[in-house]
Design a binder for this molecule. Structure first.
Ligand code: FAD
Length: 547
């Protein structure tokens, strides 16, 4: 039985019920995925439940940078900068097709956040802490060089700039590749299963009562330790365990907008001061689009439905227009968007932007281990800390011994690739095949960044009966059903392929064909197909519907 195939979900749930696990992880975002891989690769028996799709929480709503966190340098969080800095080198090494080097331009403006000397020194320290190679180290630019680099920048306030190394990724793909790698090491993750309640024995948690949201049925999973990696929902689970004392979460909303690249044709990612605002924002070119963000505002609404308001949109567009005035972006340019919640640890007297992005571990009297805060970039180290704790408990309380963390040497699913050069050689081969299939070069980057070496499988399986675009989408969907635990059409259009954010126009022409692929594979009846269709149509509406 392939543990990656969506059509054997029933058998996987039967195994979850029948077995007993060393550790049960609640939450299939980057944090939970990282913990599952770390624990499984040390030899532990691991289960994971995710109440919606993998990465459907914050882990598909970030700025999608694997970064050393320049802003933390300003807040003098040196240890955090060092850790995430060295981590980005590791994450690039284990998934070079998915974590790619990107130049970031930091324009300096009169009265801005960073002065020239401080920027030069800061970026030097940043390179040093992050172990950046000699040829990628920061380069300080004159005013003229900065404007030549990005001619759309507002030239009356620019005094110079710094060009430095960052990495770009797709957060949802990274999460899914980690889940798949964890499965290869024996972990048993399942999506659309909610941890509804805890099961206790002598006041200690011994498992979780689960609700299968696709069949509306309940079942129990037994585990020696339960780890909550539920991101913004961590406090809800601590409340269910009646163990929420001391520190608590603070939710900060972050919004991103997507505009066509031709409306803001940047060469580099730009991290810019919003004039007269005091905050900074990113503008990140990504193939056919540029995305902009983010906001950082307190949020206490529904965690499952995070609205993007007109005020959020206006703030981002106004900020961008202040720095790139000739772009004259307006609401009608926005073709997609997303909003996510940062699960921050509350600090009295600080604003959302000022609160630390550090992660924190909580352990309750009942044995529930919760982890919250942190960054996408630091997921591996967060996982290591949690699994070290679980391993210490297993050895102390159960005389079971496990080796140390080794996820820094485990190539993620989608690879292996030796390095970025190896990725480019492979991409070239894919580009040649796309040409012969009548598909544009755009899909070479798209397929390799999303599916890595599996791009070959996808092209091999394309039907010759449809248009190339439809055949490609159906073949991708088939792959996501066979190998990526996709259960719903939106799992494919959003978390697996990123089309909802980065190529929204490509969805409507292939939607009916993709639904047929899902229907045949999962034996859907007509009403289920209609429901899935409506969910995709609603998502297409929601990403441009601002309240
Ligand atoms: P989540 O991804 O939210 O995962 C938690 C999961 O738990 C969810 O999928 C949820 O459905 C599930 N869950 C909850 N309750 C239950 C339950 N009872 N049963 C089963 N499942 C449950 N970091 C970076 O390194 N780089 C960036 O560029 C960056 N940009 C960011 C920009 C924004 C706007 C935001 C909001 C964050 C950004 N971050 C960035 C931070 C990063 O995205 C988060 O730290 C990270 O994604 C959190 O992952 P997580 O797994 O802890 O939470």
């Amino acid at each position: 039985m392939s543990l990656l195939a969506s059509n054997n979900r029933k058998e996987r749930i039967q195994r979850l019920q029948a077995d007993s696990f060393d550790v049960l992880v609640i939450g299939g975002g980057i944090t939970g995925a990282g913990i599952a891989l770390d624990a499984a690769s040390r030899g532990m028996k691991v289960a994971l439940v995710e109440m919606r799709d993998f990465a459907s929480g914050t882990s598909s709503k970030s700025t999608k940078l694997i970064h050393g966190g320049l802003r933390y340098l300003k807040q003098l969080e040196i240890a955090l900068v060092r850790e995430v800095g060295s981590e980005r080198a590791i994450v690039h090494r284990i998934a070079p097709h998915l974590v790619t080097a990107e130049k970031m331009l930091l324009p300096l403006i009169q009265g801005g956040t960073y002065g020239r000397l401080a920027t030069s020194l800061g970026l030097m320290v940043y390179d040093f802490l992050a172990g950046v190679s000699l040829q990628d180290r920061r380069r300080m630019l004159s005013r003229e060089e900065t404007i030549a680099e990005e001619p759309l920048l507002r030239d009356d306030i620019i005094t110079g700039g710094g060009l430095y190394a960052e990495y770009r990724t797709d957060d949802a793909r990274l999460t899914i590749e980690i889940i798949k790698t964890a499965i290869a090491y024996g972990a048993l993750p399942v999506n659309y299963v909610q941890a509804a309640d805890f099961v206790y024995q002598n006041n200690r948690i011994k498992g979780v009562q689960c609700l299968d949201l696709l069949t509306n049925s309940h079942f129990e999973i037994r585990a020696t330790y339960v780890v909550s990696a539920a991101g913004p929902w961590v406090d809800q689970l601590r409340q269910a365990d009646r163990s929420q004392q001391g520190k608590r979460l603070f939710h900060s909303k972050g919004v991103h907008l997507v505009v066509p690249h031709k409306r803001l044709p940047l060469k580099n990612a730009v991290y810019f001061d919003i004039p007269n605002d005091g905050r900074m924002m990113f503008a990140i070119p990504r193939h056919r689009v540029t995305y902009l963000g983010t906001t950082d505002t307190p949020y206490d609404g529904d965690l499952n439905q995070i609205p993007i308001t007109r005020a959020d949109v206006e703030y981002i567009l106004t900020a961008t227009n202040k720095m790139f005035p000739n772009a004259q972006l307006s609401l009608s340019d926005v073709e997609s968007s997303w909003a996510g919640l940062r699960p921050l640890i509350f600090e009295e007297g600080k604003t959302a932007s000022e609160m630390s992005r550090k992660d924190e571990l909580f352990e309750s009297a009942s044995g529930l281990i919760s982890i919250a805060g942190g960054k996408l970039t630091g997921y591996r180290k967060m996982a290591e800390r949690v699994v070290d704790l679980v391993a210490a408990k297993l050895s102390k309380e159960h005389s079971r011994y496990f080796q140390g963390c080794r996820t820094d040497t485990i190539a993620l699913s989608g690879g292996p690739f030796q390095d970025a050069k190896d990725v480019n050689t492979f991409k070239q081969l894919i580009a040649e095949r796309l040409h012969s299939l009548g598909l544009s070069n755009y899909y070479a980057d798209y397929l390799v960044a999303n599916y890595g070496r599996a791009a070959t499988t996808i092209l091999d399986s394309m039907s010759v009966q449809s248009t190339p675009e439809i055949a490609l989408a159906q073949s991708e969907a088939q792959y996501c059903l066979d190998e990526e635990l996709a259960c719903k059409a939106l799992d494919f259009f959003n978390r697996r392929s990123g089309r909802l954010y980065f190529h929204i126009q490509s969805i409507e022409p292939v939607l009916d064909s993709v639904l047929i692929t899902f229907q045949q594979y999962l034996n859907w009846d007509a009403s289920r197909v209609a429901q899935e269709r409506e969910e995709v149509v609603a998502a297409l509406r929601e990403v441009i519907d601002f309240q």
